[in-house]
Design a protein around this ligand. Structure first.
Ligand SMILES: *Cc1c(COP(=O)(O)O)cnc(C)c1O
Length: 431
């Protein structure tokens, strides 16, 4: 498979090059030249296949012969080696729980796949590759865990001191080995600015082989299709495919779902469930995408005012607006509605949502109210224990942390504090 840049000003690349480069030189996003078709017989008998087999079948056309079958099967089985259950919440709504991975958020899937592919591609290179990433919380943990102990790869994560939750901080700082946490005395925007400057610094990039692990990397984006197939495998009413609601920020997750649908996965409709940082609703009315300055909400991993993966959605639909509008809706959910939803679902259905999942649930509920006879799935993208402040206050229930979290909370924090200045980062990287 070859990948082109959505800006069409860079040359075609292989899966390996797209994985190593991340973003195209013309600042576009890489996109597969063709969308593979999964045969109907496979989809119809999906219940007979293991998750490993399904994941291999989905990803292999995108990788081609660039990774051997045996190695790719190993990578895939390590990527999906935890449960991804579909849990019924009420008569017409089920939750796809994506939070049973090592850092309790769906980003584990993409990070585990990407880290293993990158590790494979740089094997035997004399230069070590350094993955440089800024995080406001979830990304850093998933990347740290995914890349932990991967040979030939060093990871440097910048996070804003005092501005990530205690669980998130430990997930970044307790690992050690090839994972280096830089605790920046500043904001997330400072961290992101410093990382951008590093990528633009010729002196640094000549000395260090730098790459990024953000969600625009194809090796993080494409494996997110897996769990849409796992959801369908567990969906009882195969004659009436699900409406799927995806809590959305940068739109990487929903875009992977739409890609899966275009490859042949039965899905009735997609809902982009957004918090107040919603720009899609306007777009669906006006066909004009107007980025906004992001505002802070309870579902903070979705506080994005200019979703970078939106251009891939346009690409999937060949820029045909009527087709896009036919398959995709958008809802905007306020913090007050998020709180009320967490409380209602806990009281009435004894199911504990995190703020991101709550946005997904409410958007789906609203859509289904207007579409009688349809049923749906929302993606529960993080474990409620990652957001204990909000969830415990609303439900009055203390959330029990899974064993893995209890263990990490007992381990020691290892971080290097630096000032929020580019020179401090550069000194660290050059040393
Ligand atoms: C990153 C994240 C999202 C948003 O996913 P996108 O792919 O950026 O749309 C939603 N929920 C949680 C918990 C996240 O960490």
């Amino acid at each position: 498979m070859k990948y082109y840049s959505t800006n069409k000003q860079s040359s075609l690349v292989s899966f390996k090059e797209a994985t190593i480069k991340g973003q195209a030189p013309d600042k576009g996003l890489y996109f597969p030249e063709t969308i593979p078709h999964i045969n109907a017989a496979f989809v119809n008998s999906i219940g007979e296949f293991s998750n490993e087999e399904i994941a291999y079948k989905v990803i292999s056309p995108y990788v081609g012969s660039e990774i051997s079958e045996e190695k790719l099967r190993q990578i895939v089985s390590e990527t999906v080696n935890f449960p991804i259950p579909l849990v019924k919440v009420n008569d017409n709504i089920s939750s796809l729980e994506l939070f049973h991975g090592p850092t309790l958020a769906f980003k584990d899937i993409g990070a585990r796949f990407m880290s293993r592919c990158l590790g494979y591609f740089v094997q035997g290179d004399s230069r070590k590759v350094t993955v440089l990433v800024a995080t406001s919380g979830d990304t850093g943990g998933a990347v740290a865990n995914g890349f932990y102990d991967v040979e030939g790869v060093e990871v440097v994560i910048l996070y804003p001191s005092g501005k990530v939750s205690p669980v998130q901080e430990k997930q970044l700082t307790a690992l050690g080995k090839n994972i280096h946490a830089l605790e920046v005395l500043g904001t997330f925007d400072d961290c992101q600015q410093m990382v951008k400057q590093a990528f633009a610094d010729k002196e640094l990039t000549e000395k260090k082989f730098l790459t990024s692990a953000n969600s625009i990397n194809v090796a993080r984006w494409l494996p997110q299709q897996f769990y849409y197939f796992f959801a369908y495998k567990q969906w009882a009413d195969k004659n009436n495919p699900p409406v799927i609601s995806v809590p959305s920020g940068n739109f990487g997750n929903i875009c992977a779902g739409i890609l899966a649908m275009q490859s042949g996965l039965p899905v009735k409709h997609f809902i982009a469930a957004c918090n107040v940082n919603d720009i899609l609703s306007d777009y669906l009315q006006t066909q004009e995408l107007k980025p906004k300055q992001a505002v802070a909400t309870l579902s903070n991993a979705m506080d994005v005012g200019n979703p970078s993966n939106f251009v891939r959605i346009l690409e999937i639909f060949n820029h045909k607006f009527p087709e896009l509008k036919n398959k995709l809706s958008s809802y905007s959910v306020t913090d007050d509605e998020t709180i009320a939803t967490i409380k209602e679902v806990y009281d009435q259905h004894n199911y504990l949502l995190d703020p991101h999942g709550a946005v997904g649930y409410l958007a789906l509920k609203c859509y289904l109210a207007d579409h009688p006879g349809e049923n749906g799935i929302f993606l529960e993208t993080a474990h409620p224990v990652k957001f204990p402040g909000a969830v415990e206050k609303i439900t009055g229930k203390t959330i029990e942390a899974p064993d893995s979290v209890q263990a990490i909370m007992r381990s020691e924090k290892m971080s290097t504090q630096i000032e929020a200045e580019y020179e401090a980062l550069k000194d660290f990287l050059m040393a």
